[in-house]
Design a protein around this ligand. Structure first.
Ligand SMILES: NC(=O)c1ccc[n+]([C@@H]2O[C@H](COP(=O)([O-])OP(=O)(O)OC[C@H]3O[C@@H](n4cnc5c(N)ncnc54)[C@H](OP(=O)(O)O)[C@@H]3O)[C@@H](O)[C@H]2O)c1
Ligand SMILES: *[C@@H]1O[C@H](CO)[C@@H](O)[C@H](O)[C@H]1NC(C)=O
Length: 299
């Protein structure tokens, strides 16, 4: 089959963008942060304190914004690692970095990105802005799609305990984010939205623990003892759940490990009969409706 000029052009462009993707190495990275608030400071702290030898960071350039946070980074990691952009000109941060974390508020995104110029040869951007979409980021930055990423994480990345969600998939970017506490690459933004749901079930988890506490206190257990014991016991349970979590069968195995006819098995049966486990499915549907803007999650 003869290739048309258009398909030839497309293959040349994809060859160029592919070779670009390979330029991003995982050694001596220079990270720039647009915004230096809660999440930017947490990511910079997690990466700057990483002992991962596969991924090395030579420098971090941060906005002077949220001065107490940027100053804290400088005092903890020193001028060899951290530079605060004193001029307030975000272009300076771009000019000295190759990986740019976009950490401003949703309302600030358009203004911040439209005032700077990205370099196709050098820049990869990773947006933390919850409302940003890949097409919007590509259009605002004029970067090729292979250089534009969206990431979701919690501030616990500062202590390497936050598992990041990344879209689109990229082995190189995933490697860069691994020191933050793990990273899952998502096939699409749609899949990423569904991956966000367990983090939205943090509140209910605490509510279960509070329910346990109230019940124990009502039944005569001293509150301090109950609280300490619940916190420590659930930690042990969570550690077992995490141990082999790379295997999707692991949770089923843990359920099957419960003593046949024992009290844990009874509790599963009772809660199933009472509809408690099914109600989680329904709550997850409602959370998804709200995350995708298809409803207010109430009905
Ligand atoms: N907090 C979280 O747990 C979390 C988790 C995941 C994602 N996110 C996302 O991350 C983004 C930031 O959230 P955050 O909680 O870190 O908010 P934040 O603490 O308010 O941080 C926003 C930062 O942007 C700075 N900024 C504002 N305008 C700027 C400009 N023109 N140039 C450079 N910097 C500018 C602010 O500086 P000033 O303070 O000086 O105005 C501040 O440092 C949001 O879009 C949010 O959706 C947050
Ligand atoms: C709880 O489970 C036990 C053992 O399976 C069963 O005997 C009991 O009827 C169940 N109670 C409820 C309320 O489901």
């Amino acid at each position: 089959m003869r290739s048309s000029p258009l398909s030839l052009l497309i293959s040349i462009i994809s060859a160029i963008t592919l070779s670009h993707a390979m330029i991003l190495s995982t050694k001596d990275l220079k990270c720039g942060f647009l915004g230096c608030g809660t999440i930017a400071a947490a990511i910079a702290t997690g990466l700057a304190s990483s002992s991962d030898e596969e991924v090395t960071f030579s420098h971090f350039h941060v906005s002077k914004r949220s001065a107490s946070k940027s100053a804290a980074l400088l005092s903890r990691f020193g001028p060899d690692k951290i530079t605060i952009c004193e001029s307030g000109d975000n272009q300076e941060i771009l000019d000295s970095s190759n990986v740019i974390f976009v950490c401003v508020l949703p309302s600030q995104l358009e203004e911040v990105l439209s005032k700077v110029k990205f370099d196709h040869e050098r820049h990869t951007i990773i947006s933390l802005v919850s409302t940003s979409t890949l097409p919007q980021l590509i259009s605002l930055s004029s970067l090729p799609p292979t250089s534009v990423f969206k990431m979701i994480c919690l501030p616990s990345v500062a202590t390497h305990d936050g598992t990041c969600l990344l879209v689109p998939k990229s082995e190189t970017v995933k490697k860069i984010l691994l020191p933050l506490g793990g990273c899952v690459g998502c096939e699409s933004e749609d899949i990423m939205t569904k991956m966000m749901i367990p983090a939205c079930l943090m509140g209910p988890m605490y509510a279960i623990m509070k329910g346990n506490l109230d019940w124990m206190v009502k039944n005569g257990v001293p509150a301090e003892d109950a609280s300490y014991y619940i916190g420590r016991t659930y930690l042990g349970i969570a550690k077992d759940a995490e141990a082999k979590c790379t295997d999707p069968k692991h949770f089923t195995d843990l359920i099957e490990e419960q003593t046949p006819g024992g009290i844990n098995q009874q509790a599963i049966e009772n809660l199933t009969k009472l509809g408690a486990l099914d109600s989680y499915d329904k709550a997850m549907d409602k959370i998804l409706e709200r995350l995708t803007g298809r409803g207010d999650g109430k009905a």
